[in-house]
Design a binder for this molecule. Structure first.
Ligand SMILES: Cc1cc2nc3c(=O)[nH]c(=O)nc-3n(C[C@H](O)[C@H](O)[C@H](O)COP(=O)(O)OP(=O)(O)OC[C@H]3O[C@@H](n4cnc5c(N)ncnc54)[C@H](O)[C@@H]3O)c2cc1C
Length: 419
């Protein structure tokens, strides 16, 4: 059965209802543009994630609708988070509060299970008259027909035709590979696991998210993020090529750390898992990829937009949804959906995100040198003024760029520290 979408109703199909896909639909709706959002699962659905929402995500939610942010803030499922703690391999820690200069009375970040956050976004899409939501349909392929791009489902029975298609199908997307051909590159991918726990102690009073850098696991790290009701998201992630080369088991890395690192063993003394372990890939934005083709745009993880250092992808996924909506508005106005025109979308996305992604890829490489990383961390732990610099670096790209300058390390060398 072919269903040609009436351009008056919906000229745009979005495949995948994660933060990237839903944001695309919501930003299009803000412009008065109809879209059809097709999702293979039925909501609420789980998504393997650390569940940490940075200030970048908060600002995107606000940009969609300040009322939506208020709904997020009033959910019992969220925990406001005011900063980050880094634990060096020697378990010395540095606590860095997030700055929130623009909205000082609001929490700068949140931790919320993705099943709850994505449901909030999906409810917002579901009640918007300009968004048609279709759930339980897996799109398997797209090709070109007389009226536009034709998407077919895995049963081969359903077909949808539209002027433009947005692929927002997340990591490991077969549809995205039709746009970005070539072999898998494990250097551009991380593997992560996540498990929910109850009973962990020792959280920061501001619900800071905790990152543990373990000597034997660098450049990967473990995380412990607090959730409401005494629960927590515990996980570990590392670049997939390194995981394979060292034949690591992420499950074992976490198990061993909880036994052999006295600080972690103490925090987990009365803790127990309340879910199984789940694993998923993270497509890292450490190299530019093709983000569009004839009548097709890629957003979020499908376009490799995860920060290579922090592993955060929700904010960039939502921003790419915004960028796709901006581009589609121009494409509809110009009646141009061809690959050459769509290149403007690639340029728009990378103009905004590339500097930060490239810098994060650079920092990720720095962590590859454990001795250098330990040395920097120990210096920071020993010097409060350096901690202030790092706080500024968290939300100021210009400040963060100092990490790539030799002068930064010479200044570190000139300090009398404990190391
Ligand atoms: C272990 C781990 C920890 C992470 N921790 C964090 C964190 O703390 N903070 C953070 O910001 N980011 C984190 N990330 C990254 C973050 O999860 C992703 O960047 C984010 O989910 C990307 O959103 P998306 O909309 O592009 O894709 P997704 O959220 O994956 O959504 C894709 C959607 O498409 C649907 N879909 C897939 N294929 C099809 C198809 N063929 N047809 C129809 N529908 C389809 C899926 O069911 C899904 O609903 C983590 C990732 C991992 C793996």
């Amino acid at each position: 059965m072919e269903r040609v979408l009436d351009p008056q109703r919906s000229a745009v199909i979005i495949v995948g209802a994660g933060p990237a896909g839903i944001s695309t639909a919501l930003f299009l709706a803000k412009k008065g543009i109809r879209s059809t959002l097709i999702e293979k699962e039925t909501f609420p659905r789980d998504k393997i994630c650390g569940d940490g929402l940075s200030g970048w995500v908060v600002s995107m939610v606000r940009r969609i609708n300040p009322e939506l942010l208020r709904k997020l803030q009033s959910l019992p499922d969220q925990l406001p988070s005011h900063g980050v703690r880094f634990f060096a391999p020697n378990m010395k820690s540095v606590a860095l509060p997030y700055r929130n200069a623009k909205y000082p009375n609001e929490p700068p970040g949140y931790v919320i299970r993705r099943i709850d956050f994505d449901r909030l976004l999906m409810e917002e899409a579901g009640k918007n008259p300009l968004i048609e939501v279709i759930q339980g349909v897996t799109i398997a392929n797209f090709e070109y027909g007389e009226h536009g791009v034709v998407l077919s489902d895995i049963t081969g029975k359903l077909c949808y035709t539209a002027s433009m298609c947005v692929i927002a199908t997340g990591s490991g997307s077969k549809l995205a590979r039709l746009v970005i051909p070539g072999k898998k590159d494990y250097k551009r991918q991380a593997t992560g696991i996540r498990q929910y726990y109850e009973g962990i102690t020792g959280f920061h009073e501001g619900n800071f998210v905790d990152f543990y850098f373990l000597n034997e696991f660098l450049p990967g790290y473990m995380w412990v993020f607090p959730l409401p009701d005494g629960r927590a998201n515990v996980g570990a992630g590392i670049r997939t090529d390194i995981l394979k080369k060292r034949k690591l088991s992420l499950k074992l890395v976490v198990e061993q750390a909880l036994i052999h690192k006295p600080h972690l063993a103490e925090r987990f003394k009365h803790a127990h898992p309340v879910s199984g372990i789940a694993a998923r890939d993270l497509p890292l934005g450490s190299k530019k990829v093709k983000l569009s083709g004839n009548r097709v745009l890629l957003t979020g993880d499908a376009g490799f937009l995860i920060d290579p250092f922090t592993g955060e992808g929700v904010g960039n996924a939502m921003w790419s949804g915004f960028a796709a909506a901006e581009h589609i508005e121009n494409a509809l106005a110009a009646n141009r959906f061809d690959a050459a025109f769509n290149k403007k979308y690639d340029r728009f996305v990378y103009k905004k995100l590339w500097k930060e992604l490239r810098l994060s890829a650079w920092i990720q490489r720095l962590i590859n040198y454990p001795k250098l990383f330990n040395w920097v961390m120990n210096k920071v732990v020993a010097h409060p003024d350096l901690q202030h610099s790092l706080i500024r670096m968290i939300d100021d790209l210009g400040e963060r760029r100092k990490l790539t300058r030799l002068s930064f390390y010479i200044k570190l060398l000139s300090r009398n520290g404990t190391t």
